[in-house]
Design a protein around this ligand. Structure first.
Ligand code: MIC
Ligand code: SF4
Length: 648
């Protein structure tokens, strides 16, 4: 029996463990990426490991999230990142050079290699045949030090693409369709592996759009084969030598198959407030629109902006709509400026934004009260746009551009006709890497710049065998890391955990941080009680690190998302799952909780019995922790664990 593509790459990178579904393995990481919002903490942790230079084939530090620079904090962070990169041999993509995933796809991603990124949309590079995984910053720091990355061997789902997309339907509609089938929960530890005739009809940037938003289903990653289309893309990026042909063996196993007929897909939209609320666009067509934004790592490639440019050419943005456009990279911006598309966009009334994440993470472009905002990005969680009452719909660039003209959600099929925008991939992209500082050689003489906002990574104490404390918060299903650790205007505190921690659960329960700190002062633990799919969305490790700083020792949930569960372990917090889901309903906020014999249970792999001293009831919690993860938790987190091992 042959191997599927995912297992082929895993096998080539296997460092420890057995390649069998459900087993924990360690894999070698070839490349890493970080962005500024997660990067500062990742590099502070890397510095704490005292290693003279990175040990990966390539590591890139991008500045793309937080570039508005209202106040000194962002600029200080950027400078810190630049000096760290120079010291340790990390490539540095300067602010304005583009969104990490778009630039990485253009300039660095390689078929058959592994990439670990401190951002949940790292799987974008799966569009080029790379095994690209999102993780917390600490995992990325450890990978940069040359150590393995540990993961559970995933179940690989074969996604067989048949047929060809109809006009006005594009990659975004494909992934929204897949989301409508898989939803945003229940897909942890799966990989979506694309194959079939339909793959050949999609360009690399279109494949990347699909791989990017696979993250919203909660899978570990998504991957496409590397074929002739991939080769052409790499030639056009002047990277012919990076190509290799890759696909699954003819006879190989998959956990299941999902067949998608591209020719049956219609224009789609995700309704507020979850990417999983997918409907055909015709269901919402006609609703009045206040804001349209084309951009983000999902849909800001040359293809996307050229198509939008063709639709907007000679037209005027509706007077009630604000249209903003953020090209994904400097390469895209430069090419559309040379081929006239930028003029069409500007002339139509579009507001051209910097080539960064910005609006997507609530940095600028907050819509008006109760607005309907159409965006080509990948997340529409409540409040993420910066306006709690706004309703964000996720759509394709085609739908976004039409709607900007009509002022209402437009079904691009109503525009059927002669002027279908045709896009041909260029034979050659404009290559200009001057905004990437190469840092080929390490320079130990570099002085690392540390502005006043740069704190130190918080320390944790080893886990105790008995914990007593209170349920400090009870939350519902599908709590995202945006709920736990909001970004937007608080993002500037990413390098300052003490300050950032004040905002944990800010929008749900503004007193949470104070309550947890009071418990901590009394040497009591704080516990979080959560529903299904706790920790969806972003990879931000601050959603674990800041609760740890506040004294959270365990989360009791119906289920967890992969990256967040791993981050909790990395910061010494127990991720425990209800053995009987209805127990969730029996426990309440403020209940006094005692957990005893933790070590005995962990060592014997037994469920942990918890006592609710307020209700005088007991309930059982299970966990999915490898032997290594148990040791990490006992040590109080991965940093302590790694230091402990070195000391031995
Ligand atoms: C996001 O889309 O939520 C982010 C901002 O890119 C995050 C990373 C972060 O919180 O810094 C992600 O997706 O991992
Ligand atoms: Fe940036 Fe948005 Fe992509 Fe996150 S999802 S990396 S904030 S563009």
């Amino acid at each position: 029996m042959g191997l599927n593509l995912t297992y082929k790459i895993l096998k080539n990178h296997l460092v420890s463990g057995k390649l069998a579904s459900g087993e924990e393995i360690g894999i070698k990481i070839d490349q890493t990426l970080t962005q500024d919002a997660t990067g500062t903490m990742a590099y502070l942790q890397f510095e704490a490991m005292a290693i003279p230079r990175i040990k990966t084939e390539l590591s890139v530090s991008y500045v793309d999230h937080n570039t508005l620079q209202v106040g000194f904090e962002n600029a200080d962070d950027h400078r810190y990142l630049q000096t760290v990169a120079a010291k340790y041999g990390i490539k540095f993509s300067r602010a304005g050079n583009g969104i990490c995933h778009q630039v990485h796809l253009e300039r660095f991603a390689k078929p058959g290699k592994t990439l670990l990124g401190s951002d949940s949309h790292t799987p974008t590079a799966g569009g080029i045949g790379m095994l690209a995984i999102g993780a917390g910053g600490l995992d990325v720091a450890v990978a940069m030090s040359g150590s393995a990355f540990y993961l559970t061997v995933p179940r690989v789902i074969r996604v067989e693409l048949e047929g060809k997309l109809r006009s006005w339907v594009s990659a975004k509609d494909v992934i929204l369709y897949i989301l409508s089938i898989l939803s945003t929960k229940g897909n942890v530890n799966n990989v979506l592996e694309y194959c079939g005739e339909g793959v050949r009809t999609l360009s690399v940037p279109e494949r990347a759009t699909i791989a990017n938003m696979g993250a919203e289903t909660g899978v570990t990653t998504s991957i496409f084969p590397s074929d002739e289309i991939t080769r052409q893309f790499l030639i056009a990026q002047d990277r012919k030598k990076d190509w290799q042909q890759l696909s699954a063996d003819a006879q190989c196993e998959y956990a299941k198959t999902l067949t998608v007929d591209l020719s049956k897909i219609v224009p789609m939209a995700s309704l507020p407030h979850s990417p999983g609320n997918v409907v055909p666009i015709k269901k919402v067509a006609g609703e009045k629109v206040d804001q349209v934004i084309i951009g983000s790592c999902t849909n800001s490639s040359l293809r996307d902006l050229m198509v939008a440019g063709k639709i907007l050419e000679g037209k005027t943005v509706h007077p009630d709509v604000s249209l903003a456009i953020a090209p994904g990279s400097r390469q895209v911006l430069s090419m559309i400026s040379k081929n006239g598309t930028l003029s069409s966009l500007i002339d139509s009334g579009a507001r051209i934004m910097e080539s960064v994440c910005g609006f997507c993470i609530g940095i600028g472009q907050a819509p008006k009260t109760n607005a309907i905002s159409l965006r080509t990005s990948n997340r529409n969680f409540e409040g993420r746009s910066g306006t709690k009452s706004a309703k964000v719909y996720l759509v394709s660039p085609e739908t976004a551009a039409f709607s900007a003209i009509t002022g209402r959600i437009a079904n691009p099929w109503d525009k059927e006709g002669k002027d279908i925008p045709r896009f041909k991939m260029p034979d050659k992209f404009d290559i200009d890497d001057r905004m990437i500082i190469q840092n080929q050689k390490v320079s130990s003489s570099v002085t690392i710049y540390r502005g006043p906002n740069i704190g130190t990574p918080p320390k944790n104490t080893p886990l105790l065998d008995k914990l007593t404390g209170n349920i400090a918060i009870k939350v519902a299903d599908k709590i995202t890391t945006d709920h736990i650790m909001p970004a937007g205007s608080y993002l500037k505190y990413r390098s300052n955990v003490e300050k950032y921690s004040e905002f944990v659960f800010k929008e749900i329960d503004p007193d949470f941080a104070c309550r947890a700190l009071k418990l901590k002062a009394k040497k009591k633990a704080a516990f979080i009680l959560a529903g299904e799919s706790y920790g969806q969305g972003s990879s931000r490790e601050h959603a674990a690190m800041c609760p740890m700083y506040l004294g959270v020792k365990a989360v009791f949930a119906k289920s967890f998302e992969r990256i967040h569960a791993a981050n909790l372990v990395n910061f010494g917090i127990l991720p425990l799952v209800f053995a009987r889901k209805h127990d969730y309903d029996r426990i309440e906020k403020y209940d006094v909780i005692t957990i005893s014999d933790i070590f005995k249970c962990l060592n014997k792999n037994r469920n942990i019995v918890i006592q609710d001293d307020t209700k005088k009831i007991e309930f059982e919690l299970s966990y999915v922790l490898s032997a290594r993860q148990k040791e990490i938790i006992k040590a109080g987190g991965l940093l302590n664990f790694t230091k402990g091992k070195k000391g031995r």
